[in-house]
Design a protein around this ligand. Structure first.
Ligand SMILES: *Cc1c(COP(=O)(O)O)cnc(C)c1O
Length: 370
């Protein structure tokens, strides 16, 4: 490819969901028609099968499906007994659902700032924020990384905190070779269409011990234990069988998609080294890769430049949750997170990007900084 003046312009969307359908078309089509034929749309054997497969996939004792990742978080916090008067340590650098779930239980989120190189919750600061009211840590595997899981587990057990993981970005990630979903007390996944493994609508799940998953199953189904026995205030947060069957139809492709994203990520790292700040990945992480993020004080200009050259980008996330009007009550300064959200930019990194497209993206970024 020539350098200097751009000779042609490509059009690269941020993601290409339709391609996923084309790559699993016959499996997805039969999942849909089979669901319609069985006419079992909510609960039943399909859901049990889904939960078995997902538990096995991440090496967990059990899995409880939910209607979304958000509901996975809320039902997990409830299952862990979190409620009014409790404090939950968390990160402000996340999608709003993480903070929302804590507040929905009646508990107070206590924000811990992030690490400037990984954008994950800063474990050194975490311990300084623990009080007599602290009951749980709800941390986020931002971009598909995870924090030092064994260190965090040790902190949680020393302070008697429930370790709850927002793994909406990290299905397929491993820590020291151990899959995410098998380490924390409760791990919450999302099958939102844009995530690593997407449904064609909303879906989510939680993994953990059978005892905890039974509690999640109770909360997701109106707090019921039997057909007519309502023992807790619950929700309608059940998975839609059409969605769980679609997710299972796509699951065999996930490892390949992640491999491809890993290769793209390495290529970007190599090409952009010394040009722009990239996220520092701990070598103990086998990353499932959700998004590829770069950081520059000239973020807004760069975003506009890339758009002018046909490259669609995104921001994960444009503001911290603790600066959102709805959550101002729980604001506490997190200077690193507050600076970071103004500088981050997510580049296209979907598995079906061609080599030529990756090259074009890197060359366009380089040209901006030249
Ligand atoms: C997507 C996402 C969620 C919410 O998942 P839904 O399935 O859309 O409800 C929660 N946390 C994070 C970090 C997410 O990215």
């Amino acid at each position: 490819m020539t350098t200097g003046k751009i000779k042609y312009k490509m059009n690269i969307p941020f993601t290409k969901l339709y391609q996923q359908y084309l790559d699993c078309k016959s499996e997805i089509d039969s999942a849909i028609t089979d669901t319609i034929k069985s006419s079992s749309f909510i609960t039943g054997p399909d859901v049990t099968r889904f939960e078995k497969v997902m538990a096995q996939y991440v090496g967990a004792e059990d899995c409880a499906s939910t209607g979304s990742g958000t509901m996975a978080l809320l039902c997990s916090l409830r299952a862990a007994g979190i409620g009014a008067g409790d404090e939950v340590l968390t990160t402000p650098h996340t999608f709003v659902a993480t903070t929302e779930a804590i507040v929905m239980t009646g508990a107070d989120p206590v924000f811990v700032d992030i690490d400037p190189d990984t954008h994950l919750i800063n474990l050194d600061l975490l311990e300084t924020k623990i009080t007599a009211k602290s009951r749980a840590v709800l941390f986020v595997d931002i971009y598909g990384q995870c924090p030092d899981m064994y260190r965090l587990k040790e902190i949680c057990s020393r302070h008697n905190l429930v370790m709850i993981e927002d793994a909406a970005h990290s299905l397929g990630t491993q820590w020291c070779g151990q899959p995410i979903g098998s380490i924390a007390d409760l791990t919450c996944f999302s099958f939102n269409p844009v995530k690593n493994l997407g449904a064609m609508g909303d879906a989510g799940c939680v993994t953990g011990s059978q005892e905890m998953m039974d509690r999640v199953r109770m909360y997701r189904d109106h707090g019921r234990t039997g057909r007519y026995d309502i023992v807790e205030l619950g929700y309608n947060a059940r998975i839609d069988n059409m969605q769980s069957n679609i997710v299972l139809a796509k699951l065999p492709k996930l490892a390949h998609w992640i491999d491809r994203k890993r290769a793209i990520n390495s290529y970007y790292n190599a090409q952009l080294q010394g040009i722009v700040k990239t996220v520092k990945l701990d070598p103990r992480i086998g990353q499932g890769h959700y998004v590829y993020v770069i950081q520059t004080p000239r973020r807004d200009e760069l975003k506009q430049y890339l758009e002018q050259h046909g490259i669609q980008t995104n921001i994960h996330y444009a503001t911290t949750t603790h600066l959102q009007p709805a959550y101002r009550k729980w604001y506490t300064p997190c200077p690193v997170a507050e600076l970071t959200v103004n500088e981050i930019l997510s580049l296209p990194c979907y598995y079906s990007l061609t080599e030529e497209e990756c090259k074009y993206i890197c060359n366009t970024v380089r040209r901006f900084f030249q």
